[in-house]
Ligand binder design. Structure first.
Ligand SMILES: [Zn+2]
Length: 251
């Protein structure tokens, strides 16, 4: 199959329904509890579906997987039509924004190519929307068009793909997952918050993604350091973020 994303062209995102993807995501959230005491697991799954707590085994950081699979299968069967409709709708909404988004991103990363990948947005029933850097796919919430600004979410994940690629190119040492994955996560989230909160981005998207609580002060500090004009120097911005994350976050 020809890969549409191998050229210097801007990727065209496809919006896809996949229950298999959501089963694996539930498993990933359960495993993530090893690192954060279940914070993400709570946000992503139990806040929306408290009834799933009974299938979680805290001592193993794992679900009874067959139970989760049948729950997910049930949800997908029940909402099959609206899920397909949502993905079509999200595709249309995004198409109306993508040219502007690529223009904004092009200003931020002049001349930089999009990394190769699948560029698929999968719907999710869960309450957090992970991304998969390895193949450039991510998740967006079903049925939540009113609550969320879908292009803001899509732009957020796309920015991650570009930023990680840029950061690893500039600082290869950060590719060491064991040592730096959490640090790089902080840096990339602060980066997105700074970018998505500029006047240009906010007015184009009609909204912004709110920072994680622990990043609020860092975002404000970085903004003070680099001034509040348009972002024109990606290296300087990134280094200011790295410095502030190092000074603030204990790892
Ligand atoms: Zn993010």
């Amino acid at each position: 199959m020809p890969d549409r994303n191998t050229n210097n062209k801007n990727p065209r995102i496809r919006f896809v329904v996949s229950k298999a993807r959501d089963c694996v995501t539930a498993k990933d959230f359960a495993e993530s509890a090893v690192h954060d005491d279940g914070r993400f697991l709570g946000w992503a799954i139990f806040r929306r579906f408290p009834e799933l707590k009974k299938y979680y085994r805290a001592e193993r950081h794992a679900f009874l997987f067959s139970e989760i699979k049948s729950f997910v299968r049930g949800q997908y069967a029940k909402h099959r039509r609206t899920m397909a409709k949502d993905m079509r709708k999200y595709g249309e909404i995004w198409r109306s924004k993508e040219a502007g988004f690529y223009e904004l991103t092009g200003k931020l990363f002049p001349g930089r190519r999009w990394p190769k990948g699948e560029y698929i947005a999968y719907g999710t029933i869960w309450g957090m929307f992970p991304r998969f850097l390895e193949n450039k796919t991510f998740q967006v919430p079903f049925h939540r068009e009113k609550k969320y600004n879908i292009p803001v979410i899509v732009a957020h994940e796309m920015l991650h793909f570009m930023f990680y690629d840029y950061l690893y190119g500039r600082y290869p040492k950060y590719k060491d997952q064991e040592k730096y994955s959490f640090f790089v996560w902080h840096v990339s989230e602060v980066f997105n918050s700074v970018v998505q909160n500029t006047k240009e981005w906010k007015s184009f998207f009609g909204g912004t993604s709110s920072p994680y609580p622990e990043h609020r002060r860092i975002v404000a500090q970085v903004r003070r350091e680099i001034g509040d004009g348009p972002l024109t120097d990606i290296d300087r911005l990134t280094d200011a973020i790295i410095r502030n994350v190092k000074a603030t976050i204990k790892s």
